[in-house]
Ligand binder design. Sequence first.
Ligand code: SF4
Ligand code: SF4
Length: 388
Amino acid sequence: MPAGEGKSRVSLVECSDYDLPSVDTAIQQSFDNLGGLARFVKPGQTVLIKPNALLGASPEHAVTTHPAIISAVIKAVIKAGAAALVGDSPGNAYANAEKTMSETGIKAAAEAAGGKMVYFQTEGVARLKSPSGGTKLPLIPIARPVLDADAVINLAKLKTHGLTLYTGAIKNMFGSVPGFNKTLFHLNCQNPRDFAAAIVDVYELTKPELNIIDAVVGMEGRGPSGGAPRRLGVIIASADGVAADAVGSYLMGYEPLEIGTTALAYRRGLGEARLEKIEVVGGSLEAVRQADWRRPRNLSRLAQYLPPALFRFLAGLVSIRPVIDQSKCTRCRVCLKNCPAKTIHYDKERNKVEIDHSNCIYCFCCHELCPYKAIALKKSRLAKLLGL
Ligand code: SF4
Ligand code: SF4
């Protein structure tokens, strides 16, 4: 609901674990709190369900939307008389999407529940005009299944994020940009402010009918893939993804407008971010909130106020750098293949994967995508002093 048009409603339902009957009940309660699934899904429609399937990690790592949530939503969609497609594109453009979906447990859960998998990399894209008139990325490539569906249900995961601080509903729709197209975003939008604008562009172009955030177990610290799982014990749902993110980020200790994507989406009128204007049903924010979630190490708070050249200069000074732990590195080369700046190399003679920091744009894609958590973000003393 656009800002200023009354209260957006966010459902908050307690769900302490991923036991299937408990999740089914909690998802049904979420729909009831929002006026019933029939408000969003009509008989005969095709519904695209968009989980967070960043990489092929098993559910207990809390990197991806839990299969039990996906299963519960598919069953409800089918019961409502619609067909359920499940699709995403992994962060690693070279990954086998089907294998990734199998490793996350999403494929098995989706098919057992009666859903059909679609893989964005192979379904084609439409290049749509940036709704904000973005000069950095005037055309945004969006996977066809997202655009062709009659309705989209966004199934996000509550996590910290090294570049955007937080990832929930808005950021999850970034997965609608398949494969190598994501590289364009990092190359053209190196300043987190520009990156947030491009993410909000994607959200605006794909705006889901319904947003559900899996916050049963989320991730704190080095999100979105290298952090630690942390139990919050709730499912957040709303037709308004901005309001869902305002609530999600608040529950993990942020103020909603601290999050660049939430603040920008609110300013663009895509939803409500002011907690006093959000109607929370089913639970109490203060009873659930855990304000001490560990935040990611990043430069975002500083970088979003600076021009790119100054940002890079300061990034060098305060030095938060991706560093490869050679003892953990398996030479799989996922980081090398996905580095937008092409600044990671494999030294055959020494059998080592190395980063040339002189060209690094600090997008932290390598840190995000390393399947072996072998890339740490190393802070200089100055960065620590600044509390970054
Ligand atoms: S750092 Fe990680 S992603 Fe890169 S080659 Fe090593 S194990 Fe693979
Ligand atoms: S080395 Fe890592 S942080 Fe630097 S540009 Fe490449 S992917 Fe981004």
